[in-house]
Structure formats: C-alpha cells, structure tokens
Design a protein around this ligand. Structure first.
Ligand code: FAD
Length: 559
C-alpha cells in the first residue's frame, strides 16, 4: 500500500506502521472524539503546531510532503493505523501533510491529551514511541524534511549546520554545491555570493543565507512550543548526558522541567562515535543514539526542550531565579540544574581558526569520517576521546597519526582502548610530538609537527586534523553568582566547606549546609563535567543528573 522510502529499518510495515487491535482502539476512544471526514479533507500541514493524533477507523488517509516538484508520497494509512511521528511528542512543527483519499471516520485526540495518554498507558506508549522513532529515522535517512541545505564541503558553516541538524535528528535535504552544477546556477541567478553559503530554505519558503544555528532553529520552529513566561519547577541548563538524565527523572517524577541547550542535545557524548563502557550496552552505543533515546524518553514524560539558544546570565539575586538567554529573553524557575559540561580546549597553533571546519575538527562523527575517507588524518591528544577518535577514524581513513604531547598515553585512558590503539596497524603513535604549523590556501593542505625529544620537525601533506585535547568549563556567565574552583569548575556540597571559591559570591543564607551537588546558592545544583571533582564519565554524569532531581524535590518542599 505504501511507498515508504526506507526499507532498511526492521520490519517497517509492522513496527513503524502497526495496526492497532480493537481493544487498543477501544481504549483510545475515551481520550478523543469521533470525526467524520470527506475525500480531499486536509487534517494537518507542514508547519502546523499542536497537531492532533488521529486513528483511522474507516477510509484511507495519505501522508505526503510538499516539495519543489509538488508532493512526494510517504505512506497511506488504512483502518487501525494512526498518524504522527516525533513532533507529536516534542511539540515542534509538523513535517508532513495528511489528506483523506476517501471518506471515513477517525478518532481525533488533541496533542495535550495525547501526551497525557502516552505518559499513562504503558502498552500504547511503547507502540507509539517505537513507531514515531522509526518513522523519524526513515525520514532522516531519506532526507525527507522541511529544510533544504545547500552547502559546500569547503565551508565550515556547512559542516556546523549539518551537524546541528543531524544532532537534532531533523530530516533535511542536502545539496552539495560542489557536485550539483544546476543548483549553483540557481544560486548565481539569485546573486547568492560565496560568503552567503550555506543557503537554507525552510518550509519551502524562507531563504536563510549563511545562518547561525540559532537562526536556523528559529526558522524551523524548534522552540515554538516553549512558553518562556511560565515559572518552571526546574530549569536544566545543558543537554549532555547529565542534563538529559535530569530531564528524564524530573519529568517522570511530575516536575515541570525545561531543558535549555545552546547547540544540540547530546553534549560531548554526542560527538563520541562509540561509548563502550556505559552500563547495559555490551556492544557499545554511539553518543548520538544514546542522546536520541534520552530525548525521546524525556519528552515522552513531558519535559520541554529548547535548543539552539544558550544561557548567558543567571539572575541570582532574586527568587525564583532567572536564566537569561542569548536573545535577551529570561525564564524563571524555582530550582536550577547546571549541566553545561565542558568545551574543547584549543591548542595555540597559528592558523587553527582559519582552518576550523576546513581540515580542523573537534569531533569525530560519521559526517567527518566521510570527509576523510581513504586519506591520512591526524588525531591530537592522548586521552580517552583522542583514543576513541583514532580507532573510529582508522576504519575509514588510510592512516591515522596520533600525536601525543607527553611521552605516554593518558593514565586515565581505558585499558581496552590502549590495546586497540597499539595493536592497530592503521594507527601510528608519535609521543613527545606537537603540531607547529598548518598551511593551505582556502583549506588545510599541509601539517608540520615537531618531536620535542629529538628536536626534529617534519612536514606532511595531510588535510584533516582532529583536535582532542581535553575540555574546560564555560562558566564565565556564573561568576559572581556561584563559587567556582581555580579552573572555573563549580564547587558543590562538601567541597564548599570553608571556601567560597576564587571570586566573591553571595554568602550561603540558610542554617542547613548545602546538599550534595548543591552549589553555593540554595536550589541551584551542578552535575556532570561542569562540577569540580567530576569523573568525566557518561555513567557518572547520568547518575548525578538523577540524584540532583531527588535533591530538587527537597528544595521545592522548603519553599
Ligand atoms: C569524543 C569523546 C568521547 C567520549 N567517550 C566516553 C566514553 O566512551 N565513556 C564515558 O564514560 N565517557 C566518555 N566521554 C566523556 C563524556 O562524554 C562526558 O563525561 C559527558 O558527556 C559529560 O556529560 P555532561 O552532561 O556533564 O556534559 P556535556 O556532555 O559536556 O554536555 C554539556 C551540554 O551543555 C551545553 N551547554 C554548554 N553551555 C551552555 C549554556 N551556557 N547554555 C545552554 N547549554 C549549554 C553544551 O552544548 C552541551 O550539549 C567522551 C567524551 C568525548 C568528547
């Protein structure tokens, strides 16, 4: 019946498009109302928000997506089948059009009631979540989205936006201007200059020239469902593993939780090709997959997720506290969990900035690995993330040169990883070695490195360098509000005994001492890699996120 684009998902007909039983449909009836529909009637359109959930009782409904040539067919729903994909849970704008091809009868359930249903009916929730995730996966794989990104592999912002969209699990069509000469002619005709690339067309109408991730998020309506005037129980700043865990536990325990993420959910873990030491995944899991599952889980329980906007200030002199965003709007909450992790350190090398995205990368995901297929690459760093990147890239690259500044791999590197690196013929380890030169015209063409033990410098025609040299917390925005240690990590719990950190902050106002994970401000917690004394592991970040929510309940009870 359907022209579903991706047969690669397991048994898509039954898993992505299950037919509900009479008993299941009976349960759904009490949540909605019956609606009679005529042929040609349109039930929802791309761009709509708060789209209801429909179950077909009789008749047929086609799901299509408008495109430049008219419409492309996605699927046909018959009796017992239901509409929806992940936007039903996230509250983001709808991606497709639904139209009846013959008269029939539907059950219509409002978006709000549908979210309550999913939180309460475990059996139906499982069926819907699985179907929605598989449908989204298929849309992504087929590039059936509401955005067209026209870019070039020589443009750093193209890479940034592609990562932003794929890490937000947003389906889009990519047009490679280096390959597609017709599109280039089209851009020429509309006087799109080189500096305007990449060009993004959202919803088939708005054209953005070289947009920032924030502009793209706003144009695609990523945050349309977020009410910033509401005082939340808890705001979670940062959606890495610790923030996502906090969101899952907070929402599942009935708290009104808002997560604010300045880029895309997943954090540092999202840039990991394979996490092999996280409990329950014996064959490993990619950071993006772990994040995608966590996002769906948090949203299923009702957590709200704002992406593409960062927090730039904390108004800590008032309760409820307020976080101020990069667009100057402010959101208030009774408790705050800071889970902003850490950002990559950038070594001081001349021309580093010039070649960012054009040969210099800070993450080794599938997208980057495709850019350097069958070429030589360099990985800089001797820690876990560098080791993982080297092993991952060795599967596609011709040769991986791993440059380590000290005379051994990091003591914190996992034993299994050390073995994989040293036994891998495609990885060549260079200790006591640092990059001293990056050369190229518009993109990186040559790299010079120096061995500090021998003093020898050599130059190599290598076009791809992955910088994996640790990370620092971006906590400048918290100065004057929270006690920080000398490296900028947030002090919590017992670590606050007898110290207020490096800069003046408000005195602790309560008779009780700060709880574990609580900062120098009551009701503000820090979890994961941003916390002083953290252990830089996904599992500990997740654990701290869960514990913090338990402590938030205590804070709310005190108010
Ligand atoms: C390549 C790589 C591989 C790794 N592999 C492993 C592994 O195999 N096993 C393991 O246990 N650990 C691994 N780690 C470490 C692990 O990923 C981190 O310990 C973990 O991600 C920390 O989680 P977090 O939530 O504290 O912070 P992060 O993951 O750093 O997430 C923080 C999030 O906050 C956001 N943010 C920052 N500032 C703001 C702001 N002002 N406003 C809004 N949002 C903000 C960021 O964009 C980010 O998404 C790896 C790390 C890397 C880089």
């Amino acid at each position: 019946m359907s022209t579903w684009p991706v047969p690669s998902v397991p048994d898509p007909r039954t898993q992505a498009f299950p037919v509900l039983t009479a008993v299941q449909i009976g349960r759904l009836r009490s949540w909605g109302k019956l609606r009679k529909v005529k042929p040609g009637e349109v039930l929802f359109q791309p761009g709509d928000t708060d789209v209801p959930f429909f179950v077909v009782l009789s008749g047929n409904m086609e799901i299509v997506q408008p495109d430049i040539t008219g419409e492309r067919a996605i699927v046909m729903h018959g009796p017992g089948e239901f509409t929806g994909e992940l936007t039903m849970i996230s509250g983001q704008r709808c991606l497709v059009r639904a139209r009846m091809t013959e008269a029939g009868e539907l059950i219509e359930i409002s978006a709000d009631d549908f979210r309550s249903l999913v939180a309460r009916d475990a059996e139906l929730s499982e069926i819907f979540m699985r179907a929605f995730i598989l449908r989204r996966l298929a849309l992504i794989t087929a590039g059936y989205g509401d955005a067209i990104l026209m870019g070039s592999r020589h443009s750093a912002n193209t890479l940034r936006l592609r990562e932003f969209l794929s890490r937000n699990a947003y389906p889009y069509t990519y047009v490679d201007l280096d390959q597609d000469k017709t599109s280039q002619e089209l851009l020429d005709r509309f006087a799109v200059e080189l500096e305007d690339v990449p060009v993004v067309i959202c919803h088939g109408s708005t054209v953005l020239r070289n947009p920032s991730p924030q502009q793209l998020a706003d144009c695609l309506g990523f945050n349309v469902n977020i009410d910033t005037s509401q005082v939340r129980d808890v705001i979670i700043v940062g959606a890495g593993p610790s923030g996502l865990a906090a969101a899952v536990y907070a929402a599942s325990e009935g708290l009104d939780a808002l997560v604010i993420e300045n880029n895309a959910p997943g954090g540092q873990a999202g840039s990991s090709s394979k996490i092999e030491n996280y409990l329950g995944f014996p064959t490993g899991v990619s950071g993006q997959e772990l994040a995608a599952r966590a996002i769906a889980q948090a949203q299923k329980f009702g957590a709200k997720m704002m992406v593409g906007h960062g927090v730039v200030r904390l108004n800590c002199g008032r309760r409820p506290y307020q976080v101020v965003l990069d667009n100057d709007s402010a959101v208030a909450a009774r408790a705050i969990i800071i889970s902003t992790g850490a950002q990559y350190n950038k070594p001081r090398i001349e021309n580093l900035k010039k070649f960012e995205g054009q040969g210099i990368y800070y993450g080794a995901t599938y997208i980057e690995s495709q850019l350097c297929e069958n070429e030589d690459v360099i990985v800089v760093g001797g820690g876990n993330s560098a080791g993982q990147a080297a092993v991952f890239l060795s599967q596609t690259a011709r040769k991986v040169y791993m440059l380590v500044r000290s005379q051994s791999l990091s003591e914190t590197m996992s034993r299994y990883l050390i073995q994989r690196i040293t036994e891998n013929p495609a990885i060549e380890l260079h200790y006591n070695t640092e990059i001293v030169g990056l050369e190229g015209d518009t993109r990186l063409e040559q790299v010079a490195w120096r061995n500090s033990a021998t003093g020898e410098t050599s130059t190599h025609a290598i076009r791809h360098v992955f910088i994996m040299t640790g990370a620092s917390p971006g906590t400048a925005w918290l100065k004057g509000c929270l006690a920080l240690d000398d490296k900028g990590f947030i002090l919590t719990g017992r670590d606050l005994d007898g110290t207020n950190g490096t800069a003046p902050v408000p005195a602790w106002p309560l008779s009780r001492r700060p709880q574990m994970l609580e900062t120098s401000l009551p009701g503000v917690f820090a979890v994961g890699d941003v916390r002083s004394g953290n252990v830089k592991r996904v599992a500990s970040a997740v654990g701290e996120g869960a514990i913090a929510v338990h402590l938030v309940h205590r804070t709310l009870a005190e108010m």
